[in-house]
Design a protein around this ligand. Structure first.
Ligand code: GDP
Ligand code: IMO
Ligand code: MG
Length: 412
């Protein structure tokens, strides 16, 4: 697979980081194409956990990593992350990482703006993502390439921080670090679109690592409770410069149930003991903000529509083991609105708000699947659950994840 996009089909936190780390073993380059430090991608290797916010999850596998033009990057945040990966030195990061000189920069004033009433209503991560994309679209943003003119940039950011009422002392500290890391970051800048196409044309294998999930997409998601970028397949192209004709495969990542952080609809939400149980067993607390994730049953109406929007060729079903002990498992297979049923996820927010999920009940397998590596070892009822996902969505399940570790995976 020369170029493969890995995209979340729910509301984020599906387990993209684990799969990207796993499959980047066979890849030459891993590319992030949108979002910023709102992402939290967890990789567990030999029991040790690492969470990536800006760096692609392929970095542990010693792969070339590109931060694409569609990203919004806090340069100091990137520097701090580059300095803090256990087992990977800064020199190793320097060898592996390339940064598009057209990515947007996030500064303290973006974060300051991201604590507004609107941010609170949406429940944003407070990382300055929305405000930075606003500046991009307003055409007042600062591109990473300004790091090549560090003195001018620092002066400009100081002015902007003052204009926007940022704390003077904090700004000074921030700019001191920017002065230190600016040259290191500038040395990593590349023409991202050129690099990715060169790599593809040379026959290299590429992974496009999505952040967030389909239903947080600014165009297709549950607006206005979304992030500010295109998390879906189109964003992979605009955010990297790789044309659509070169994206050879799309792997959709699906959690075996549903979670969401922040506000907005979650039709299958469990506000009861089962929800509490799944949150605890699945350790559903945000990798970026530590917030408890809202939990619900698997919603195949959501997954099927997301698979269509992204053109998913195959699925990876994550966290199957979390369902091991349940007596019964529910799956949403349609929505009811105004006495009528549909299996299409409503695009009208008002209709969606008033729709009720229609469930199909599965008997739980009540057996341990943790760490299983072979499909045949899965309990028959778990296999039936997966087969139903395939037949409902029309997309083959390629990976089944049975634990956070790299090796706790079934590949078919
Ligand atoms: P991402 O944002 O899509 O990369 O997902 P996160 O890293 O935010 O959240 C997924 C969480 O589930 C992480 O803590 C992973 O270590 C964990 N995880 C991934 N796959 C599995 C699995 O199959 N079983 C269990 N129990 N945990 C998993
Ligand atoms: P990964 O890549 C889950 C959510 C926030 C909020 C909304 C807008 O780890 O799957 P933002 O700060 O982007 O303006 O917040 O989007 N959100 C995520 N939820 N996983 C993520 O990333 C998310 N990134 C943003 O909680 O509801
Ligand atoms: Mg996450």
């Amino acid at each position: 697979m020369p170029a493969q996009a890995v995209i979340g089909l729910q509301w984020g936190d599906e387990g993209k980081g684990k799969i990207v780390d796993l499959i980047s073993d066979h890849a030459d380059m891993v590319v992030r194409y949108q979002g910023g430090q709102n992402a939290g991608h967890t990789v567990v290797v030999k029991g040790e956990k690492r969470v990536f916010h800006l760096l692609p999850s392929g970095i542990l596998q010693d792969k070339k990593c590109l931060l694409g033009n569609g990203m919004v990057i806090d340069p100091v945040g990137l520097w701090e992350e580059a300095n803090s990966i256990k087992g990977v030195t800064l020199d190793q990061v320097a060898e592996r990482v390339m940064i598009s000189d057209r990515a947007q920069m996030i500064f303290p004033y973006h974060k300051k703006r991201d604590v507004s009433e609107l941010s609170k209503k949406i429940g944003t991560t407070g990382r300055g993502i929305g405000p930075c994309y606003v500046d991009k679209v307003k055409r007042t943003g600062l591109l990473m390439q300004e790091l090549r003119h560090l003195d001018i940039l620092i002066k400009r950011v100081r002015e902007l921080c003052a204009t926007e009422g940022c704390d003077t002392e904090t700004t000074s500290e921030y700019l001191k670090t920017l002065a230190v890391c600016g040259p290191w970051l500038a040395d990593r800048l590349v023409n991202g679109a050129y690099e990715i196409n060169q790599a593809y044309d040379a026959g290299q294998t590429l992974i496009l690592e999505g952040a967030q999930g389909t239903w947080l997409d600014i165009d297709h998601g549950t607006y206005p409770f979304v992030t500010s970028s295109n998390t879906t397949i189109g964003g992979a192209c605009t955010g990297s410069g790789l044309p659509a004709s070169k994206v050879d495969h799309v792997l959709g990542i699906v959690k075996a149930y549903t979670t969401r952080v922040g506000e907005g609809v979650l039709p299958t939400e469990l506000r009861d003991q089962t929800g509490e149980y799944l949150r605890k067993r699945g350790n559903e607390f945000g990798a970026t903000t530590g917030r408890p994730r809202r939990v619900g049953w698997l919603d195949l109406v959501v997954v099927k529509q997301a698979a269509i929007i992204n053109g998913a060729d195959e699925l990876a079903v994550m966290k199957l083991d979390v369902l091991d002990e349940l007596d019964e498992i529910q799956v949403a297979v349609a929505y009811e609105f105004d006495g009528k049923q549909t299996d299409i996820f409503p695009s009208d927010t008002h209709v969606l708000d008033q729709s009720k999920p229609v469930y199909r009940t599965f008997t739980g397998w009540k057996a341990n699947t943790i760490g299983l590596q072979k499909y045949e070892e899965l309990p028959v009822k778990a296999q039936e659950y997966l087969q139903f996902m395939e037949s409902f969505t029309g997309v083959k399940v390629r990976f089944i994840s049975t634990g956070p570790g790299r090796e706790e995976t079934i590949e078919r």
